[in-house]
Design a binder for this molecule. Structure first.
Ligand code: ATP
Ligand code: MG
Length: 716
């Protein structure tokens, strides 16, 4: 038995953790110190040296992509297929378990997953049918109430109203929400976790079976587990089990979703005999990047405390660019990416990280016009696009007629004459009969206009017909047939809806997605496996994952990843740290950890950018540089001047006193051009009749114009 491929690529501390005896283990270590590597090698070690069966391993990772990489890595280390390992996200694993044991879990066999948007819509409907005021019972807040309780394993019957009428009403909504979900065969994300937990808790024999079978429980990114996730792991591992968890308190960034970094401490209390390993050598970043990140995170108070070091090169200083506005920021980044490519770099080595999803748009536009292929990771989620959800709603109904959310979404799409009034009548029927919309629509009644009744009948017949006709086809043909017979493709092509062409392309892409879909779980009918995949993996794998393109993502989804060249953008007060967080210390510290996560993604070069003026969500704001910039040791940062050397004071420009600049023509000023629309002046060159300005237009990109002829109208 040769274990050298498993142990050779490790340092001493890592090796000690990988070969630790079968006891509870906690690896507590900083970014880039090899935690994920240790976890992966531990799995290989268990199989190879401890003779563990691959069937006995359950490993939780942060994304499906990470799970895929881990699996591939283990296959390389062991030279055997690793398909039988249970590796996945908490949600993915819980889903797999519930599919296998839907009966014990008291779920419908063909239950469907609702994503957060579906859930909100569903709650909104519930608030309405309960005849409550939506402005007082805001669906988003009701959703939050339900999900936080689920995350803490609390069902409505366990909640006390404390004589507070508002709370009583929320609890009642939670209860009727549960009933409605059960009727419709729907399961939201929080429910997946809670239901999987209850499944084991309430079925001791089943739990005993899984404890015997999944003897090795491992978890990456443990600092971001929430109460129910940890409770689930603990239930499986049992009090005398040997879970192996790795994490970094400095990278806890999901408290806002109920994650609880104290689970790291709690783990040590729950498993008193746990072996603790620390890894301190960083293999990812240059010494400069590492020092800068260490300098930043040192401003957080509540830390377990650790110091990372590297043997690697010092590397280049961090580069800071103060852009005039968000367009200039994007242009600067594009320019630097071009340089990187010109020096033989690859696009996929580059990541653009930002705090909010909406920031991606300007980069996308700039990249499109500069022809830089890019991929938005977790942002413009393929499976979350409206037209894709429309198509999925058809598929969901075909899989499960009781899916009310799907029914509502497409009963009148393409429009077939089912108006709001008819829908309301159906809802009323469903409510009084305690059934689903489908059942209500099938029942006789005279509360519908004959035309609407006929349209609904036609819709139902269509679903039945397609289900019949396509049930035996391969998945992608099934999807194709549904798209065509539903009339969706025609609808988007013919109707002059916004982005119609792009929508048709997306729908066509869905057929390719179905063709390329390899279900993990052969027990499930392909259509249901595909729908579950769509719900669980929204945001991942939208393009060929490793096609050579620039990677764009929010800081939250950058966790665990690494890139040679990183741009951390939008470092402005209010944007990052986010407005909501600047007021209280705890959320501010979480924002700082998020910044730390972002910085430590960089291997070789790290750029930090901010804009003096930014238009986001249609509103202009004048930002101050983020406080995080001031917390990075200044000697590690070099400020990048604008591309053309001009003095920066906004009012100055380059005009000599005797030749005054035309009013309003100065750096940073907003102007309007007759043909190109509104823009901002980025550069001013030359004097008098020769004066030229470079303007970044909102729609037309950047252009150089002669001031004399351009007739720019100052706007500010
Ligand atoms: P994060 O906290 O960001 O999740 P991590 O602690 O999980 O980071 P890894 O992603 O496992 O760290 O490792 C960081 C990088 O260092 C990877 O490129 C990995 O291959 C490399 N690495 C880890 N350990 C070693 C080692 N002993 N020798 C060489 N390279 C290593
Ligand atoms: Mg990791």
């Amino acid at each position: 038995m040769d274990v050298s491929p498993i142990l050779d690529p490790l340092n001493d501390a890592q090796r000690a953790a990988v070969t630790a005896p079968l006891a509870p283990v906690l690896v507590l270590a900083g970014a880039g110190s090899g935690k994920t590597r240790v976890l992966t090698h531990r799995i290989a070690w268990l199989i190879q040296a401890e003779r563990a069966s691959p069937h006995s391993i359950l490993a939780v990772t942060f994304t499906n992509k990470a799970a895929g990489e881990m699996r591939a890595r283990i296959e390389r280390l062991l030279g055997v297929p690793a398909a039988s390992l249970w590796i996945g996200t908490f949600h993915g694993l819980a889903h797999r378990l519930l599919r296998l044991h839907w009966r014990e879990a008291r779920l419908a066999q063909s239950f469907q997953i609702m994503d957060s948007e579906d859930q909100q819509r569903f709650i909104k409907k519930l608030v309405r049918t309960s005849e409550l005021d939506e402005t007082r019972w805001v669906p988003r807040e009701v959703q939050w109430f339900i999900n936080t309780n689920k995350d803490a394993a609390r069902r409505p019957q366990q909640l006390k109203d404390g004589n507070d009428p508002a709370r009583r009403q929320l609890i009642a909504l939670y209860r009727s929400y549960e009933e409605a979900c059960a009727r419709a065969g729907l399961v939201d994300f929080a429910e997946l976790l809670l239901r999987a937990f209850e499944l084991w808790r309430d079925n001791p024999e089943l739990l005993a079976h899984y404890r015997r079978r999944l003897r090795h429980v491992l978890a990456d990114e443990f600092q971001d587990t929430n109460a129910i996730q940890y409770a689930w792991l603990k239930l499986l591992a049992g009090a005398d089990g040997a879970p192996f968890v790795v994490g970094d308190d400095d990278q806890a960034i999901y408290a806002f979703r109920g994650a609880c970094a104290e689970n790291l401490q709690q783990f040590r209390r729950d498993y008193g005999q746990a072996l603790l390993f620390r890894l301190e050598q960083n293999y990812r970043s240059t010494a400069t990047i590492l020092e800068a990140a260490n300098g930043l995170i040192a401003h957080n108070a509540g830390r377990l405390g650790k110091r990372l070091w590297t043997q690697g090169a010092r590397g280049a200083p961090l580069r800071l660019y103060a852009a005039y506005n968000e367009r200039d920021e994007a242009e600067f980044v594009t320019h630097r990416i071009r340089e990187h490519l010109a020096h033989g770099g690859l696009r996929r080595e580059v990541a653009i990280l930002y705090r909010s999803n909406a920031q991606s748009r300007v980069f996308e536009e700039t990249f499109l016009s500069a022809r830089v292929p890019y991929r938005v990771y977790g942002g413009l989620r393929f499976f979350e696009r409206a037209e894709i959800k429309d198509a999925l709603a058809y598929l969901r109904l075909i899989a499960n007629r009781r899916d009310d959310a799907a029914f509502e979404r497409v009963v009148n799409l393409p429009p077939r004459g089912v108006g709001a009034k008819s829908l309301e009548a159906l809802r009323e029927r469903a409510r009084s009969a305690g059934g689903t919309l489908w059942e209500a629509a099938a029942a006789p009644g005279d509360d519908l206009a004959p035309k609407a009744a006929a349209a609904i009948g036609g819709f139902m017949a269509l679903i039945e017909r397609v289900a019949q006709a396509t049930g035996a086809l391969p998945l992608h043909e099934q999807v194709d047939a549904v798209l065509k017979s539903s009339g969706l493709i025609e609808h988007f092509r013919r109707e002059k809806v916004e982005r119609g062409e792009a929508r048709v392309e997306n729908l066509e892409e869905l057929v390719s997605a179905a063709r390329g879909f390899a279900p993990e779980d052969a027990e499930l009918p392909p259509l249901e496996a595909f729908l579950a995949h769509a719900a669980l993996e929204a945001g991942e794998g939208q393009a060929d994952a490793w096609e050579d393109c620039v990677q764009m993502m929010t800081l939250h989804s950058a966790k665990g990843l690494e890139f040679p060249l990183v741009f951390l953008c939008g470092l402005e007060e209010g944007l990052f740290p986010h407005q909501r967080s600047s007021g209280d210390l705890e959320s501010l510290e979480e924002e700082r950890r998020l910044c730390y996560v972002g910085m430590t993604r960089a291997m070789r070069d790290l750029y930090l950018t901010y804009a003096e003026q930014r238009r986001l969500h249609g509103v202009d704001s004048y930002g101050q540089a983020s406080r995080f910039l001031k917390e990075i040791p200044p000697e590690l940062v070099e400020e990048v001047r604008p591309r053309v050397q001009v003095s920066r004071p906004l009012a100055a420009g380059r005009f000599r006193a005797e030749e005054p600049a035309p009013p309003g023509v100065r750096l940073g000023a907003r102007v309007r051009h007759g043909k190109f629309g509104e823009g901002v002046i980025l550069n001013v060159e030359g004097n008098g009749a020769q004066a030229r300005v470079q303007v970044s237009f909102e729609r037309q990109g950047t252009k150089w114009l002669m001031v004399q002829y351009a007739n720019l109208e100052p706007l500010t």
